[in-house]
Design a protein around this ligand. Structure first.
Ligand SMILES: Cc1cc2nc3c(=O)[nH]c(=O)nc-3n(C[C@H](O)[C@H](O)[C@H](O)COP(=O)(O)OP(=O)(O)OC[C@H]3O[C@@H](n4cnc5c(N)ncnc54)[C@H](O)[C@@H]3O)c2cc1C
Length: 402
């Protein structure tokens, strides 16, 4: 389709949040009378990640959910699997998600695809100018899930956020850890996996000066994704992860082959937290996805939040009302900051905190807490069973800005 010099909407990045938003604009009927340009620098990306989320029903189109588990097994805590009811834990291969959503969106004549890299975004008087490696166009609104390349390091994320919040970030926002992981999709010679249960936060691995654990997603009795994960200032190196993965697989006591490798890192930081609850209906530059604060700093989960936000945002655009952000209630931002501070200053205490959490609380309550849907009374019940002195010290440090 012939490209245009002006669009109503531009989405930068056809990743999770960009595609969720395009889908929501389409479903809200906004593309019947508006044009949308989707610009993506890596249009050939395939299965670059696995998205998991818990929910009472699938949010991703059914065809993209490749597996769902109804129970969780944590061998370091108990040999019995626990039911996830009322939740299921859903698994989406990013390749399936990209291809399903792109093929649905491609049928819409109001959507223009640009396979190029955005190098500059300029807010002009009435529109936003988007410059890429190949061309320049103007857009009434732009939704950014990625920053131009010169802004892709941590310091520039901060600058972008300062521009967005229109005030300097406080030092409390200097908390920054990585959730880094290396996963193997393995196939074993014998039936060693229980495909009815996934396993999360198995701390049966050396901690070093980090908080680190294993994650197992069994697809069948002979196939699973096993992933070594670290919360820490320093990312997990491939040799370090491989050693733990080999030990983990050796304990299964059978031969295996590695069919795929997943390597990734998610920022764990309050830096992307939205401090404004709403934006003016006229706001032209809107951050979505990770940049818009979708990722919960202490878990790295954000896929479900991006979906919910896209729906809310598209609805508000349709109604021409105040635009929502992914603002989170203050107390949940505080809990995250307290835990991040502990994980940053005393990383070896992470294992104890998470094990206590899983030992003392029913799974459904933990998941609701992580979804920020618990009541204050439930949260007191949760914290009362955790190493409370550690959290009080973290609170004092937080309040004094240390
Ligand atoms: C390996 C991995 C696994 C994860 N697993 C989970 C999970 O299980 N559950 C969960 O809830 N969350 C998970 N996350 C966290 C989060 O959901 C994902 O990172 C999610 O993909 C973030 O969505 P996004 O739209 O912000 O960014 P992305 O999905 O990364 O999309 C950004 C897009 O912008 C493009 N782009 C970048 N720069 C430019 C440019 N200059 N011009 C044009 N295009 C550009 C990129 O190519 C990319 O396609 C995971 C993250 C990673 C890295």
């Amino acid at each position: 389709m012939e490209k245009q010099s002006s669009y109503n909407y531009t989405i930068v990045g056809a990743g999770a949040s960009g595609l969720w938003l395009a889908n929501a604009l389409l479903e809200q009927g906004l593309l019947e009378f508006n044009t949308l340009c989707i610009v993506e620098s890596d249009s050939h990306k395939a299965n670059d990640r696995t998205w998991c989320y818990w929910a009472t029903k699938a949010i991703a189109p059914d065809e993209t959910v490749s597996k769902a588990w109804q129970s969780i097994l944590q061998l370091n805590i108990s040999s019995n699997a626990k039911s996830l009811t009322p939740y299921s834990y859903y698994h989406v291969r990013s390749a399936d998600f990209y291809s399903q959503l792109k093929s649905k969106l491609s049928e819409c004549p109001a959507i223009y695809w640009h396979d190029e890299e955005v190098i500059e975004v300029n807010d002009l008087t009435a529109q936003v100018e988007v410059r890429t490696t190949k061309e320049t166009w103007q857009s009434d609104r732009i939704f950014l899930s990625a920053l131009p390349p010169s802004s892709s390091n941590q310091a520039d994320y901060k600058l972008a956020q300062e521009r967005y919040f229109k005030k300097p970030l406080s030092t409390k926002s200097d908390l920054f850890l990585w959730q880094s992981f290396v996963g193997w999709r393995v196939e074993t010679a014998q039936k060693v996996f229980d495909e009815s249960s996934m396993s999360m936060m198995d701390f049966n691995v050396a901690q070093g000066n980090y908080t680190q654990f294993m994650y197992e997603l069994p697809y069948s009795s002979t196939e699973a994704l096993v992933e070594m994960t670290r919360f820490g200032e320093k990312k997990l190196s491939i040799p370090e992860a491989e050693e733990e993965l080999r030990n983990y697989m050796d304990r299964k006591g059978c031969s295996y082959k590695i069919n795929e490798v997943e390597i990734g890192a998610i920022p764990m930081t309050p830096q992307f937290d939205m401090h404004r609850k709403y934006l003016s209906p006229k706001e032209r530059i809107i951050y979505i996805g990770t940049l818009g604060g979708a990722i919960k700093p202490t878990t790295g989960f954000g896929f479900k939040r991006m979906h919910a936000y896209s729906e809310k945002l598209a609805k508000a655009l349709k109604e021409d009302s105040t635009l929502p952000t992914m603002h989170r209630p203050y107390r949940f931002r505080l809990y995250d900051a307290l835990l991040l501070r502990i994980l940053q200053n005393q990383p070896h205490r992470g294992k104890e905190i998470f094990e206590q959490l899983f030992l003392t609380q029913p799974i459904h309550r933990i998941l609701r807490f992580l979804d920020e849907e618990t009541t204050f009374v439930e949260e007191i019940a949760i914290f009362s069973k955790l190493p409370i002195r550690l959290f009080l010290k973290s609170l004092l440090d937080h309040l004094s800005g240390r």
